[in-house]
Design a protein around this ligand. Sequence first.
Ligand code: PEP
Ligand code: MN
Length: 338
Amino acid sequence: MIVHLEQGINDHAKQGIIATITEAGFKTNEVKTQSAHYLVCIGSRDVDLRRVGYLQGVKDVFHISDAYKLVSRKWRVEPTSIDLGDGVRIGEGSMAIMLGPCSIENEEKTLHTVQHLKEQGVRMMRGGVFKPRSSPYAFRGSGIEGLKMFHAICKEHGIKIITEVMEISQIEPMYPYIDVFQVGARNSLNFNLLDALGSTDKPVMIKRGISGTIEELLYSAEYVFSGGNEKVILCERGIRTFERAARNTFDVNAIPILKDKSHLPVVVDPSHGVGIREYVIPIALAGVIAGADGVIAEIHERPEEALSDSQQTLSFQESAMLINRVRKTFDLRQSFNV
Ligand code: PEP
Ligand code: MN
């Protein structure tokens, strides 16, 4: 059950509501987000919602049968759309395109990518500065100095930044230079990190874990939301299966399932999803047709020279093809709904 409290409710009224709910056999969790105040109530008994709904200070009350609550579509029926400012949005009714290298390299390459994105009308750039690499000897990113350079170039050209945060201590130094925090697949179940991101007011995109279930991804999103941050985005990036022909198995099923179970925007990452350059565009389009609200993919001016994930990185020419086809496919999907 979610109890939506009146904004500015006094402590006396709140304690009265908590007492009634506790007496009915529920454990209450108070959640204050950027825009609202809730009690998320966990319990197995049936309760007459009217008994709670009539209490002073209650705006609305909802019964949610799902194990996750705040990210459930049973509660918030309208899909969430996240405003990044300057006309950039992620969510229902639009197609967010986020492109860039796996890792931010140098100033010249970053500028060339920004110029390519501008020519194509793309408003968001991806690029890691803290890289989770399987081998400790591989390139591990250009760090906070790289991020400052990335930010200076993007700011000048009106491009928003999405980049991965790997640990709690990085949140604060990264904060001024990013627009969306990305939680990588390896950190998808790092509950301390997710909790800490609940205290920020910038959007958080959570990638599905390498062996993560759809339900686990929704629970991870619930961590951030219940920590106080409503701006959460889900990302399908492929999972590890017995199949070895591709780097990962892109789970196209996850897209309509996540859209159905949650009100949060769903983004697809075909680059990590398949891991093979030639297949990135068709997999992206499959994600768009299946209902994705955005695509995040890896591009580089000379993919074969990229410092990480070069085998799945598209050239600028391929990137232009991806953008064009994603937009056309999105328009086609929209036409199905009318
Ligand atoms: C990335 O986006 O470059 C990345 C490391 O992704 P993932 O966490 O999905 O492996
Ligand atoms: Mn990568």
